[in-house]
Design a protein around this ligand. Structure first.
Ligand SMILES: [Fe+2]
Ligand SMILES: [Fe+2]
Length: 262
C-alpha cells in the first residue's frame, strides 16, 4: 500500500475573507502532486449561499482526483445543506476506496449553528458501519468539527458536542485516522491508537496570527502514516508520523513535530 491523500479543508468560497488566488494555487499544487484521493472536510462556502456553492463546485471540479467531500457548519448556514446535497451528495456516507482503505464521512453540522453534533442516531449508524468494515482495512473517519481541542486557536469552542461518545465508538471499532477541519489550524494528536488530524485552510483570510494558509498531505504505506503540512506557495513540513503495527497504529515519534508548523 502506498497512498497519498490531499486533505484540504475550509476553502470558504464567497465574497468575504475568500482568497481566490490562493485556492487557485492550491488546486495547481495538488494537481501537480497528483494524489490518489482528495478529502475536503467541509466549510466549502462562506455562508451556504446558492451562488457560493455554484462557484465552489466550479473550483472543486478543477481538482483532478477522486474526491471525498463532507459539509461544514458554514455550508449549513441559511439551510445551505440543501445546496450541499444537490452538488456533493449526502454528508454521511461510506466509501470503500480499496480493499485496504475505507472512508466514512459524517455530517456533523446543525443548520444555522456553528457547533457540531452527531446525536444518538448518527452515532449508532457510525458504529454499525464501522463494524461492517473488514478488520484488515484501514478505517478513516472524516468530519468537519474537531474531536479534540486544537492549540493556538484561542478560546476553545465548537468541539463536537458529543465528542466523548463519538471518540469511544472510534476507539472500540478500531478507527485508525480521523480527518477534520473547522479551526483553520493544522494539528495532530494520537489518542488511544487513533491519529486525530486537523487541516488548516488554503484560501481564507481567517487564519490565526502566524499560521499560514495550508493543506495537509497524508501518505499511507503498510508501515507508516505520515502527515505533512503544505503551505500555499510555500514550504512543506512534517507534522506527525505514526507507525502501523499489525494493522493498528503505534505512536512513532516521541513528540509531534507541530512546533515548526504553528
Ligand atoms: Fe471554517
Ligand atoms: Fe467550520
Amino acid at each position: 500500500m502506498d497512498l497519498l491523500i490531499a486533505h484540504v479543508s475550509d476553502i470558504h468560497v464567497g465574497k468575504v475573507n475568500f482568497l481566490p488566488e490562493m485556492l487557485e494555487a492550491c488546486i495547481k499544487e495538488v494537481n501537480e502532486r497528483d494524489p490518489d484521493l482528495l478529502v475536503l472536510s467541509g466549510d466549502l462556502t462562506g455562508f451556504g449561499f446558492k451562488e457560493e456553492f455554484s462557484l465552489a463546485r466550479e473550483y472543486i471540479d478543477q481538482f483532478r482526483q477522486e474526491k471525498f467531500i463532507i459539509p461544514g457548519n458554514h455550508d449549513a448556514r441559511y439551510r445551505g445543506d440543501i445546496y450541499f446535497e444537490k452538488h456533493f451528495g449526502h454528508g454521511n456516507n461510506v466509501r470503500e476506496f480499496s480493499e485496504e482503505l475505507t472512508l466514512i464521512g459524517l455530517d456533523s453540522t446543525i443548520p444555522d449553528l456553528d457547533e457540531g453534533n452527531l446525536g444518538r442516531g448518527k452515532q449508532r449508524w457510525l458504529k454499525d458501519k464501522l463494524a461492517d468494515i473488514p478488520e484488515d482495512s484501514l478505517k478513516v473517519v472524516v468530519l468537519h468539527h474537531h474531536l479534540v481541542p486544537v492549540p493556538m486557536t484561542g478560546r476553545e469552542r465548537a468541539v463536537l458536542n458529543d465528542a466523548g461518545d463519538v471518540l469511544k465508538i472510534l476507539v472500540e471499532e478500531g478507527v485508525d485516522l480521523t480527518l477534520s477541519g473547522h479551526r483553520h489550524t493544522p494539528y495532530s494528536w494520537f489518542i488511544n491508537n487513533i491519529a486525530v488530524v486537523t487541516a488548516g485552510s488554503p484560501s481564507t483570510e481567517k487564519v490565526r496570527a502566524t499560521i499560514p494558509q495550508s493543506y495537509n498531505l497524508v501518505r499511507i504505506t503498510d508501515k507508516w502514516i505520515e502527515v505533512r503540512v503544505k503551505e500555499i506557495k510555500g514550504e512543506e513540513r512534517l507534522m506527525s508520523k505514526y507507525r502501523r503495527t499489525k494493522g493498528r497504529l503505534e505512536f512513532r515519534l516521541k513528540e509531534l513535530e507541530c512546533k515548526d508548523v504553528i
